[in-house]
Design a protein around this ligand. Structure first.
Ligand code: HEC
Length: 197
């Protein structure tokens, strides 16, 4: 009896082994992203837009921006005001308040693992890429989150242009770009925080 149970177990194992496909080898760049984003072996590497490959320098820059209130139009709390690391990058509030005092319609989602979501935010099925989503908190005017508008964007960018340590970090993160990569910087940080949990 014991022998037949053992045999059954062997057969069961070998037949299920036979039906399992071999794990598809990951392309080299994806394997590298696993290390850069500190993704554990038991998680898949998320889809990453080819125009914005993650690097340690981008993540460092994005992390700094996430906590920098100068990214907000009127220099009130930044991304991290609504996405606090100690709360899995949420804020524990039913409805947060944007930089100009408007109460938002929905609560701040935790950003952990957001990189794996097929759509972003609670209600917009068309928002699928972190780089696109980033326009919402920075430039959105209904509701206002960080409150950067056509009227104050020059002033906001000048705050960073005038900071030598940012200039250095920006050059390291985007050696081929003169400007305009703010969304890529923060997205790299979002992607790192969202994946490396
Ligand atoms: C005033 C609060 C507030 C600030 C500031 C804020 N967010 Fe959010 N964030 C939200 C809310 C609320 C949502 C959900 C919006 C909705 O569904 O209507 C959200 C959604 C997101 C999402 C989508 C997550 C998911 O799983 O779908 C990401 C990513 C994100 N925010 C990143 C950022 C970044 C990066 C910044 C700074 C540039 C930022 N947020 C600033 C409140 C805020």
């Amino acid at each position: 009896m014991m022998r037949s149970i053992a045999l059954l177990a062997v057969v069961a194992c070998s037949s299920s082994d036979a039906t399992l496909p071999d794990a598809a080898p990951e392309p080299p760049e994806t394997t590298a992203y696993r290390g850069t984003l500190a993704i554990p072996d038991y998680l898949e590497v998320p889809a990453i837009p080819s125009f914005n490959p993650p690097t340690a320098e981008k993540i460092a820059l994005g992390r700094r921006l996430l906590y920098d209130r100068r990214l907000s139009g009127n220099q009130t709390p930044p991304c991290a005001g609504c996405h606090e690391q100690r709360l899995a990058f949420a804020d524990g509030l039913a409805r947060p308040t944007g930089s100009t005092g408007t109460e938002l319609r929905r609560n701040s989602p935790g950003l952990a693992n957001a990189v794996y979501h097929s759509t972003l935010t609670w209600a917009n099925n068309g928002l699928r890429v972190l780089e696109d989503q980033l326009q919402v908190p920075i430039r959105g005017d209904n509701p206002i989150e960080l409150g950067v508008s056509d009227a104050n964007v020059g002033e906001v960018l000048a705050r960073f242009d005038g900071d030598a340590s940012y200039a250095e970090m920006f050059r390291a993160a985007f050696p081929d770009s003169a400007s305009g990569a703010t969304s890529r910087r923060s997205s790299s940080r979002s992607r790192a925080s969202a994946a490396a949990w």
